[in-house]
Design a protein around this ligand. Structure first.
Ligand SMILES: *Cc1c(COP(=O)(O)O)cnc(C)c1O
Length: 386
């Protein structure tokens, strides 16, 4: 049986692990590396020398990159200090002054702010497109369009993009496609298998999984694209910290089961919100009522523990705050993908070009608490809206 034939769960137990390199140690140990010593000058000068300087590459970063390239079915990976660094490094690798870039309007908000500030300053023309545009993106393509940036499902509103349709347009016109795949963690969707050129993730979410890591990764499908990414990451001084790389690799072993468990735990809480009168709209592609549910069903093998709720406009921010602050089990905090439930308010008018809806918008991340306890907590808290 070739290694490629194993199922994903099996692969995830072995990816990036080389006990033979570490005296049989199961998990690749934390190696803190800046300087690397050579046996002589010739070894230092040898272009095939594997590791030269810790920031540029070391045994642990190589183990991590090998594992992530395997997870995303890519050629090779570049590790970065955060998800945001993965996004900026990947964009800088393929954009230059005078280029036009198309970015999904439902992108992670800091991606939008980066594009508006840094890319615009560089002389890149930035245009945001409707996440549900699909093949219609052809109409937005210009002669100088260099990159189409996808994020699926979209941040907060969770539109699943028609990745194959967008990729087809891009391939016809020789445009690079890049996708933020943090939501699926590389487990439930493989963008590179659908023709996307470059995929990236924030590892702070499900890969890390315990709200205590900051790292990111970029995976390229081809050696040419990998070379560009690696060279840019060196120019920008990118590297991930040793402890975070260690936790990333450890996180991979339980990644698929945590995603499944999170999705299962979320469902009763999601259903509870669906039955509530205070709610204007719920955003989660697993719901049949979600506008892109069919695309999620077609392309994804699972979900996670994240959904968003837009409350009816008659509930003021102060009322919603009373509800949120009365919860014992779901605190307010940024991020998702950890073991604990969280609420994060979303300023949709700042995050989308054309957000017309009124009402407080909250994103929920459901962790591994018993959902019955979470629902009981929500039941008592929602009394504050009466
Ligand atoms: C959190 C997040 C990022 C940014 O990652 P950091 O590790 O926090 O820099 C990027 N994309 C998505 C979808 C995210 O949720």
């Amino acid at each position: 049986m070739s290694k490629k034939d194993y199922k994903q769960a099996t692969k995830l137990m072995h990816a990036g692990r080389h006990p033979e390199d570490y005296f049989g140690v199961v998990n690749p140990p934390i190696s803190r590396v800046s300087t690397i010593l050579y046996k002589d000058l010739a070894a230092y000068m040898d272009p095939n020398t594997k590791f030269r300087y810790g920031r540029v590459g070391n045994p642990l970063s190589a183990n991590f990159e090998e594992a992530l390239a395997e997870l995303e079915n890519g050629h090779n990976a570049v590790s970065t200090c955060s998800g945001m660094a993965a996004i900026t490094t990947a964009m800088f690798s393929f954009l230059k002054s005078g280029d036009h870039v198309l970015i999904t309007d439902a992108c992670y908000p800091p991606t939008r702010f980066f594009a508006r500030k840094q890319l615009a300053k560089m002389g890149v023309e930035v245009q945001f497109y409707e996440p549900t545009i699909g093949a219609g993106i052809a109409e937005l393509v210009k002669d100088n369009t260099a990159l189409i940036y996808l994020e699926s499902p979209g941040s907060a509103t969770m539109e699943v993009q028609d990745v194959p349709a967008i990729v087809k347009v891009a391939k016809d016109k020789d445009i690079i496609t890049m996708m933020d795949n943090t939501w699926s963690a590389g487990v439930n969707f493989k963008p590179l298998d659908h023709g996307v050129d470059v995929v990236l993730q924030s590892g702070a979410k499900y890969i890390g999984g315990h709200s205590d890591t900051n790292f990111g990764v970029i995976v390229a499908k081809t050696p040419e694209h990998y070379k560009k990414l690696k060279s840019t990451s060196i120019d920008l001084g990118q590297c991930a910290a040793a402890e975070d790389l260690y936790l990333a690799l450890r996180g991979l072993r339980t990644l698929e089961m945590r995603l499944k468990y999170a999705a299962e735990n979320m469902r009763p809480v999601l259903d509870w919100f669906c039955g509530r009168d205070e709610v204007q709209e719920i955003y989660c592609p697993v719901l049949e009522s979600h506008e892109t549910h069919d695309l999620w069903k077609r392309d994804y093998t699972g979900s996670n523990g994240v959904f968003s709720v837009l409350f009816k406009p008659e509930y003021s921010f102060e009322q919603i705050a009373k509800f949120v602050d009365s919860l014992e089990l779901i605190p307010v905090g940024s991020s998702w993908g950890g073991y604990e439930s969280l609420i994060q308010p979303q300023d949709m008018k700042a995050y989308r070009d054309d957000w017309q809806k009124d009402g407080v918008f909250l994103r929920f991340q459901i962790g591994f608490e018993d959902p019955a306890d979470l629902i009981a907590d929500l039941e008592q808290g929602i009394e504050n809206l009466k």
